[in-house]
Design a protein around this ligand. Structure first.
Ligand SMILES: [Zn+2]
Length: 181
């Protein structure tokens, strides 16, 4: 541990004991070069989240990676970066507060889909089509059904037209989307 006063790397531990609640180790250190004394704490790092992939492989949770996959889904969509940032922060907080260190990648995917549904329908369908891989035809129906239900409860306009527009988007996910330039 480098001395905070003179920068020497040669500091020594004089005393090492747990804190009162035993949640950390407190170390008294001294620097033989300048005589300075300082204290360090060793704590458990809570919530170093681990993602369990479908293959069973475990990788450290990476917020930037999550953000990038969300940004790919939102490419060229008119959504403010600040809203994207808030959505990702919300997902991370939910993951951190669930009490488990290991998270199934499916769980993250579900949270992203929930978040995107509130941000942008097109991004939601894009993400869902990649994430769910649409292996079964009924996946399309499920997604469109979910969007239609939302449209019916949320829109005051023409739900039928909205449904048609969304159905086009969902059925042709790999082609350029309308209004995207
Ligand atoms: Zn020193």
């Amino acid at each position: 541990m480098r001395c905070p006063y003179c920068g020497s790397l040669d500091t020594q531990v004089r005393d090492s004991r747990p804190t009162e609640d035993a949640s950390a180790i407190r170390r008294r250190r001294a620097c033989p070069d300048c005589g300075g004394k300082f204290t360090t704490f060793e704590r458990v790092q809570l919530r170093q989240l681990v993602v369990v992939k479908r293959s069973g492989r475990r990788v450290p949770f990476d917020r930037d990676k999550l953000l990038r996959s969300v940004e790919v889904a939102l490419r060229k969509r008119p959504v403010e970066p600040a809203r994207v940032e808030r959505m990702v922060n919300g997902i991370v907080r939910q993951l951190e507060s669930q009490g488990e260190t290991e998270i199934a990648s499916e769980r993250i995917g579900e949270l992203v889909m929930e978040g995107l549904k509130g941000l942008d329908d097109v991004a939601y369908v894009r993400f869902a089509s990649v994430y769910r891989n649409f292996r079964e035809a009924k996946d399309f129906g499920t997604i469109i059904g979910e969007l239609s239900r939302d449209a019916e409860t949320a829109s005051s306009g023409k739900p039928e037209a909205a449904e048609r527009g969304r159905a086009e988007v969902a059925v042709l996910p790999s082609r350029p989307l309308r209004g995207e330039g």
